[in-house]
Design a protein around this ligand. Structure first.
Ligand code: LLP
Length: 442
């Protein structure tokens, strides 16, 4: 299985390799990482991250004449990652002033930013217009009203895409389905709001309607829903051409490609996903007699997810005879809320004991004050001991990005590893950072 090493019953390692029983990632051993940077620690394998960006950029280049890959920075927004994605040829999808400023501070030009958001504020839109972001993706009529008045006042113009909801429901967790009819996102194709949105957008002098966008959901493990969405979008483009004489110059089909969290997961390959989208758009453009639009995709998870892992230290081990063993680590739902939020499942190894047989099924617990703070219900490991290092895989997406400070735990740092070297890209938060926001009592 593409060069990955088998480890006990748990199957192949999802990232890195085995060096004398120790987990080694980016050429750096887990023990050294723990010693130098402490735990919990978010680790990003820079080579895998770059390879994921390149997989999109080259697959698009090979399958389609004019295209642009866009990194959905919500999956992992920090300066180093935005800059890396841009350097690899991607634009950056941002949804807030915070994400806009992170990308700009990292040196990404405003023209390579694409602004999303289902409830953009006047302040965010003003920041975007003043910076000159490349595209604003209009989600609803409220966006159009705000942009109408803001572009008049500032005499600026904006290139916009309209976010449409094609009415597709892929099989993923209900909290991360976005493209169905009953969705808070976008202008519905089915109920006619999309048509109204196009007409309204064209009346606003400060807007240049460049095209249309959809995003059907996240962690989608099959290609069929993407095909159906692409077909629906091309049908809409044909209607725009026919009834309004408006050309869709750009078609953004969003993100959503799933990744491998468990060894048995089989997500479609990036190349197959991209070539499927490219094929549908080309076919439909030809049959409707439309010029080919520029094709955009907006992956987040499949750029950063499998390039990341989290390293923990085991503390308390509680054995309840005949029931379960709880193995507590020094992180938890404050730095990975996905198991608690989505019943997400992860794979783990004891990072210093990879050559030992995995003969125990244990429950990996976080340290937050809730019974629900369980990272993995059924990890298969060698008998864990206090002081062991535990690595959890595929944590690069929506972990740091969604981390919080429950129980006043400071967020872990992020490091890049590559060619035997490690470097900090986000510093460890400290309790003093948290206290700095408090106003001390008089
Ligand atoms: N484009 C738009 C408009 C989006 O809303 C998203 C993700 C993406 C692109 C990137 O999708 P991806 O390729 O990462 O699937 N917190 C959830 C995932 C929420 C996804 C939100 N939108 C999780 O941890 O599973």
């Amino acid at each position: 299985m593409d060069g990955r090493v088998a480890v006990g019953r748990t199957g192949p390692l999802l990232l890195g390799e085995v060096g004398e029983g120790e987990w080694v990632v980016g050429g750096v051993g887990a023990r050294r990482l723990a010693r130098e940077y402490g735990t919990p620690l978010y680790i990003m394998d820079e080579a895998r991250l770059r390879a994921n960006c390149r997989a999109y950029v080259t697959a698009l280049r090979d399958a389609y004449p004019n295209s642009q890959a866009v990194f959905a920075s919500k999956a992992l927004c920090c300066m180093a990652v935005c800059r890396l994605a841009y350097d690899e040829g991607m634009w950056i999808d941002v949804v807030s002033t915070g994400e806009i400023r992170t990308a700009l501070r990292a040196g990404v030009p405003a023209g390579a930013l694409l602004l999303h958001g289902s409830n953009k504020t006047a302040e965010e839109l003003t920041v975007a217009l003043e910076a000159g972001v490349g595209r604003i993706v209009v989600d609803n009529v409220h966006d159009l009203d705000l942009l109408d008045s803001l572009t008049r006042e500032s005499r600026r113009r904006a290139d916009v895409l309209l976010r449409l909801t094609p009415g597709i429901e892929p099989h993923t967790h209900k909290a991360i389905v976005t493209g169905g009819v009953d969705s808070k996102f976008g202008l519905g194709i089915v109920d006619g709001s999309a048509r109204e949105g196009v007409r309204r957008a064209m009346e606003i002098p400060g807007l240049r309607l460049r095209g249309i966008h959809c995003h059907i959901g996240s962690q989608v493990m099959e290609l069929r829903p993407f095909e159906i969405a692409a077909e629906a979008m091309m049908e809409f483009a044909a209607w725009m051409a026919r009834d309004l004489g408006v050309r869709v110059e750009e078609l953004d089909l969003g993100g959503g490609l799933g990744i491998r969290y468990l060894p048995e997961d089989e997500p479609p390959a990036i190349r197959d996903y991209v070539s499927t989208l490219a094929r549908i758009v080309k076919e439909r453009a030809a049959s409707a007699g439309l010029p080919l639009p520029t094709l955009l995709v907006e992956p987040g998870r499949s750029i950063v997810g499998d390039a990341g892992a989290t390293l923990y230290t085991v503390g308390a081990v509680k054995r309840i005879t005949g029931i379960r063993t709880y193995v507590s680590v020094d992180g938890g739902m404050y730095e990975n809320p996905r198991p608690a939020l989505y019943q997400a499942r992860y794979e783990a190894v004891l990072a210093g004991r990879l050559n030992e047989p995995t003969d125990q099924t244990v429950t990996i617990a976080g340290r937050c004050c809730e019974s629900g703070d369980i990272l993995i219900w059924d990890a298969v490991l060698p008998e864990p001991r206090s002081g062991d290092l535990l690595a959890v895989f595929s944590t690069g997406a929506y972990n740091y990005a969604m981390a919080g400070n429950y129980n006043r735990y400071p967020r872990p740092p992020i490091i890049f590893v590559r060619d035997g070297r490690a470097r900090v890209i986000v510093n460890r938060e400290t309790v003093d950072d948290l206290l700095a926001k408090d106003v001390p009592p008089a």
